[in-house]
Every structure is written in C-alpha cells, then in structure tokens.
Design a protein around this ligand. Structure first.
Ligand SMILES: Nc1nc2c(ncn2[C@@H]2O[C@H](COP(=O)(O)OP(=O)(O)OP(=O)(O)O)[C@@H](O)[C@H]2O)c(=O)[nH]1
Ligand SMILES: [Mg+2]
Length: 182
C-alpha cells in the first residue's frame, strides 16, 4: 500500500511539478567525468572509456527533477570552451582524479582561472575527488587544501570524495545538485 502511494505521489510530482536544471561537468582529461555521468544515468562503468571530443549531454532523472548534464572534454584544446558551457547553469561540477597527484597543480590553476570569470559569479560549485577506490588517493581534506578551495568566494562550494567505478557517494552528489533545482 505504501509502495502504491509512493508511486502515485511520484507521478503527481513529475506531472505537475516537473523541474529541469542545467549542470556542467568539467575537469582535466581522464578525471572520470564521462564515467560518472554514464553511471548516474543508469549505465555501466567501463574501464576503456573514450576521451570526450567536444562535449556530450545526458539527462539524469530523479523524481520530478531532470538534471541536464553537460560533460565537457578535459584535454587542453577543449578547456577554452568550458566557460561558455558554464554560463547560466544551475551548478558546476569540477571532477578531479584524486589518485593522480601530479596533475593537481594543473587542476587547481584551471579551476581558479574559471572561477575568476565574472560571467560565472555566484554559480554553486561542487568539487568531486573521483577514483576513491584506488590506492594512494588524496583525502577530501587534502583535496580541499591542494585546490585551495577555501579562497573561492561568492558562491556555495562543497567537496566530496566519490568513486564512479564503485558507485560510492553518488547519492550525496545528486542530493547536493538537487538543492539548486528551480
Ligand atoms: N579506478 C577508477 N577508474 C575510473 C573511475 N572513474 C573513471 N575511471 C577511469 O578513468 C578513465 C577516464 O575516464 P573518463 O570518464 O573517460 O574521463 P573524462 O574525465 O571523461 O576524460 P575526458 O573526456 O578526456 O575529459 C577511464 O579509464 C575510466 O574507466 C573511478 O571511479 N575509479
Ligand atoms: Mg569524457
């Protein structure tokens, strides 16, 4: 009975209170953006994910909210277009490979340069340390320090550790994003 009530309630929400939000996922190449989006949208994790050329878009449905997720290529030649795809979105997700510490200074520079763009002022930022299943990974506190997240102002900033591979902490990601659905 409770299950039936829940189904009717969800249907009412979807029908009369449908909300769509735009989310842009950025981060250096190989961080796991496409893998995360594939898993969030109900697909299988694959170890041989192909680098994104340009961008890719997938919708993630949770209850009455549709998250329209833009997944951008992280290779240097695609980074100049990040700002354009972040303009006017409801939230920006910056993904970092926390097992590849050599790339952290570059990730920090790219993040800070993007966050200093006047066009992106105030847009909430979620930083995800991905690949928490691997050894020699950074903790969340170490990632906050390595990326100097505390100096990013004028917006809400959060940081979580996740694993797209093992689907660790992905509910927290969705919950955080859905706070900004309008
Ligand atoms: N161990 C582990 N590997 C992961 C995880 N997430 C992604 N990977 C692997 O990391 C590699 C890169 O993943 P992608 O999702 O293609 O990375 P991307 O950020 O989309 O890369 P670009 O499209 O080039 O910007 C692939 O081999 C994935 O299988 C994870 O949580 N754990
Ligand atoms: Mg990709």
């Amino acid at each position: 009975m409770a299950g039936l009530f829940r189904k009717v309630y969800d249907w009412l929400l979807r029908t009369f209170w449908a909300t769509e939000m735009d989310v842009t996922m950025i981060g250096l190449q190989n961080a796991g953006k496409t893998s995360l989006l594939r898993v969030l949208s109900g697909g299988e994790f694959t170890i041989d994910s192909i680098p994104t050329v340009g961008f890719n878009m997938k919708k993630v449905q949770r209850g009455h909210v549709t998250l329209k997720c833009w997944d951008l290529g992280g290779q240097p030649r695609f980074r100049p277009m990040w700002e354009r795809y972040c303009r006017g979105v409801d939230a920006i997700v910056f993904i970092v490979d926390i097992a590849d510490q050599a790339l952290l200074p570059q990730a920090k520079d790219e993040l800070h340069s993007l966050m200093s763009q006047p066009s992106l002022q105030g847009i909430p930022l979620l930083v995800l340390g991905n690949k928490s299943d691997l050894p020699n990974k950074l903790s969340v506190d170490e990632l906050i320090e390595a990326l100097s997240l505390k100096v990013i102002g004028n917006r809400e900033v959060s940081c979580y550790g996740i694993s797209a591979k093992e689907e660790t902490n992905l509910d927290a990601v969705i919950q955080w994003l859905m706070k900004f659905a309008r």
